[in-house]
Design a binder for this molecule. Structure first.
Ligand SMILES: *[C@@H]1O[C@H](CO)[C@@H](O)[C@H](O)[C@H]1NC(C)=O
Length: 334
C-alpha cells in the first residue's frame, strides 16, 4: 500500500494539468467523472475511498453525487478532513454538517471576480437594449424585424448592486465609466471604499428596491437569500426596472419574476442563473425581453484555469501541511 494521502477528485481537471501532475507526486489521486448519487454513497459505504484525506469537487459534479448535504457528508470516511470546492458560491455544500464532522471547506473567492463581473456587464448592457429581440429577428432572416424595441442609455440610470462582495464591487467599477449612478446594499456597509465616492453609496434594502433603474444580484445563496426578490419586492420597485442575475437562481422567485416581466413591471431581464437550472421557465424562454445565458459566468479558459489552480493549491496545502489556503469564512469565524 502506498503511504501517500488519498485525494478524491470529483470532476475533471481540464486546464491545470501541470499543477495536477505535481499534486499526483504527493498524493494518490482518483478521479470520478460520472455515476450516480446512489453509486457514490454505496462506494463510500463499501470503503472504496477509505484512504481519502481531501476531496475536490466541481459545481457540475453534483450531477452524479448530488449536493454535499448532511446525508452525504455522513457517509464520508473518517479519514476525510478537507473539501476543496471549485467555485466562489458553495451553496451545494452543507458547511455546518462538515464543521460538525471536523471537515474543513475551501472555495475559490477572488478568482471569479472579473469574469463574473464581465458577464454581469454584458447582461446589464444587453438587457438595457433588449438585445435578444433583434438577435432573433436577424437570425430569422428579418433583419431588424417589425417590433424593434428601442433601449436605454446607461447615463444617469441608477444601478443597484445587491451584494457587494468581490463580484459586486468589480461590477460597480466596470459600470461607472458607462455613466451609471451606483448604489449598493449589503448585509453591512463595505469598509475601505472611501476612496471611491461614486461607488461608496450604501442604501437600505428598501431604498435599493425603490430607487434603482437596474438591480444586479450578487449575493451568495443561503436560507436568508432564497427568494430575496419575490412579488412583495417587485411591487416596491420602479416601473420598468431591469433585473440582472449572475449569482444564483433561487435568490429570485422565478414565477414572480415571470409574472412581473409579463405585466411590464419589469422591462427586461438578463439572467445567467435560474431557479431550477438546467430547467428554464417557459415564460423566460418565450419572452423577447429576456437575455438568457446557461450559467457561463466564469466560462473563460483563463478564469477556469485560475479556479482549478486554486482548488489544487488548496488540496496540496491540505495534504502536505494540514491546512487549506482559502477556507470558507464561516469556519474561520467559529
Ligand atoms: C476580488 O474582490 C475582493 C473584494 O473586493 C478582493 O479582496 C480580491 O482581492 C479580489 N480578487 C481578485 C483576484 O480580483
Amino acid at each position: 500500500m502506498s503511504s501517500k494521502p488519498g485525494v478524491l477528485m470529483l470532476g475533471i481537471v481540464a486546464h491545470a494539468q501541470l499543477e495536477f501532475a505535481a499534486l499526483s507526486e504527493v498524493a494518490d489521486t482518483v478521479t470520478v467523472t460520472a455515476g450516480s448519487r446512489e453509486k457514490f454513497i454505496s462506494d463510500l459505504d463499501a470503503g472504496v475511498y477509505n484512504n481519502v484525506v481531501a476531496i475536490s469537487r466541481t459545481y457540475e459534479s453534483a450531477k452524479y453525487t448530488g449536493r454535499f448535504d448532511a446525508e452525504l457528508v455522513g457517509h464520508l470516511p473518517p479519514s476525510a478532513k478537507f473539501i476543496s470546492h471549485n467555485g466562489a458560491g458553495y451553496d451545494q455544500i452543507d458547511v455546518a454538517a462538515c464543521s460538525a464532522r471536523g471537515i474543513s471547506v475551501s472555495n475559490t473567492p477572488g478568482a471569479v471576480n472579473d469574469s463574473t463581473a464581465n458577464t454581469a456587464m454584458f447582461l446589464i448592457l444587453g438587457a438595457l437594449r433588449s438585445a435578444w429581440a433583434p438577435q432573433t429577428s436577424l437570425r430569422a432572416g428579418e433583419w431588424i424585424g417589425t417590433n424593434f424595441p428601442l433601449g436605454r442609455d446607461p447615463n444617469g440610470l441608477k444601478l443597484g448592486i445587491l451584494g457587494m462582495g468581490g463580484i459586486g464591487l468589480a461590477t460597480a467599477r466596470r459600470a461607472l465609466p458607462f455613466g451609471f449612478k451606483i448604489q449598493y446594499h449589503n448585509r453591512k456597509p463595505v469598509a475601505g471604499l472611501e476612496s471611491e465616492p461614486e461607488i461608496n453609496n450604501y442604501v437600505s434594502f428598501a431604498e435599493l428596491l425603490k430607487t434603482s433603474d437596474i438591480i444586479s444580484v450578487h449575493v451568495p445563496l443561503s436560507a436568508a437569500t432564497t427568494h430575496l426578490l419575490g412579488d412583495t419586492e417587485f411591487a416596491q420597485m420602479k416601473d420598468g426596472v431591469v433585473i440582472v442575475n449572475t449569482a444564483r437562481g433561487p435568490v429570485i422567485d422565478e414565477e414572480a419574476l415571470v409574472r412581473n416581466l409579463e405585466s411590464g413591471k419589469v422591462w427586461s431581464v438578463g439572467l445567467d442563473v435560474f431557479e431550477k437550472e438546467p430547467v428554464v421557465h417557459d415564460g423566460l424562454l418565450k419572452s423577447p425581453r429576456a437575455l438568457l445565458l446557461p450559467h457561463i459566468g466564469t466560462g473563460t479558459v483563463d478564469t477556469r484555469k485560475r479556479m482549478e489552480v486554486m482548488v489544487i493549491d488548496n488540496v496540496k496545502s491540505a495534504v502536505t501541511s494540514g491546512k487549506l489556503l482559502t477556507q470558507v469564512p464561516e469556519q474561520l469565524r467559529s
